[in-house]
Design a protein around this ligand. Structure first.
Ligand code: FAD
Length: 284
């Protein structure tokens, strides 16, 4: 279908873009989610502000012990970044699982998180990484955690007129291993269930476990009961299995034509075992 008529602006500065957004315009990034929604008339914004021409909004740089990723960095930028591959491989690995080459070339990290699809891949990794998101409005800037940011299905902590300006992820030192494991919906590539695991060891003992889950529920979340179950252990097969067994405990699971709630919960357990084992095997 053809979208409803709309005005289009392509400002070159962030301030100009934020001024237009404060007047009620809607941001356009890669257009991979927004344009199909407009074509289906599920969205009908009157004014689109293209963020793609804004200079210096697609950076990936290390600063103060963290990696800062500008909102318009594409999934391909994230997947292929030597900095991320070396110092935050979980995010690069997760980006490599998104859709197909065309989607990864056009879609952006800012657009993906702002869209907050409950089956999107980044949110699982951002939960496991305890990432921060910098939200900018015309007169304000605030930083929120991934936990605070993802509120519900297609719902985030963004206020009207605000954009996601950047995503901040930690640099993990030696002793940490990560992995993202996903069961994909074959037509779109979206996660039926996706598990991001981040595990740190000191000697034989596990000192930190973070598990981000996507696809299972209304929003990506941290499986804290499973994390606690594994912390302080050595990571034996039985301990990993016991931790994974509680990943979906108490969760109101999604159900659709691709997977029932019970099947999703089963997949979450199986893929949590895979993700935890892979993360443990990658500890340098
Ligand atoms: C065929 C196909 C397969 C896909 N497969 C997957 C997959 O396997 N896994 C996955 O995770 N995703 C998948 N996607 C979604 C893809 O990752 C999109 O790139 C992403 O959801 C939206 O990013 P975008 O840059 O295209 O944003 P857009 O479509 O331009 O915008 C999406 C929404 O975010 C808003 N927005 C954009 N940028 C910002 C910003 N910086 N701040 C605030 N609001 C903003 C827009 O106003 C809009 O509401 C798929 C998409 C398609 C078309």
């Amino acid at each position: 279908m053809i979208p409803q008529r709309f005005e289009y602006s392509a400002p070159k500065t962030l301030d100009e873009a934020l001024g237009l957004l404060a007047e009620g315009a809607k941001p356009l990034a890669g257009g991979m989610s927004l344009i199909p929604m407009m074509k289906l008339r599920l969205a009908a914004p009157e004014h689109l502000v293209d963020l793609g021409r804004i200079k210096d909004l697609s950076y990936i740089r290390e600063q103060g012990g963290s990696i800062h990723i500008g909102a318009t960095a594409t999934h391909h930028d994230v997947e292929s970044s030597a900095l991320l591959r070396g110092k935050c491989p979980l995010l690069a690995e997760t980006a490599s699982h998104i859709g197909d080459v065309q989607v990864r070339n056009m879609g952006t990290i800012g657009g993906s998180v702002a869209h907050a699809d409950p089956s999107a891949d980044y949110p699982a990794a951002l939960q496991a990484l305890e990432a921060k998101l910098v939200l900018k409005g015309v007169k304000s800037e605030r930083t929120v955690s991934a936990e605070e940011f993802f509120v519900d299905t297609f719902t985030t902590a963004l206020e009207p007129g605000e954009i996601v300006r950047e995503v901040i992820v930690p640099v993990d030192g030696d002793g940490t291993g990560t992995s993202y494991q996903k069961v994909l919906q074959p037509a779109s590539g979206f996660a039926i269930v996706g598990i991001a695991a981040r595990v740190r060891k000191s000697g034989e003992k596990i000192t930190l476990v973070r598990i981000g889950v996507t696809g299972l529920a209304n929003r990506a979340f941290r499986a804290t009961a499973a994390e606690k179950s594994l912390e302080g252990k050595t990571g034996s097969a039985a301990e990993v299995q016991a931790a994974a067994a509680v990943v979906a405990q108490g969760v109101e699971a999604n159900s659709d034509l691709h997977a029932s709630a019970d099947y999703r919960k089963h997949l979450a357990v199986v893929y949590a075992v895979k993700a935890l084992n892979a993360a443990l095997s990658r500890i340098a």
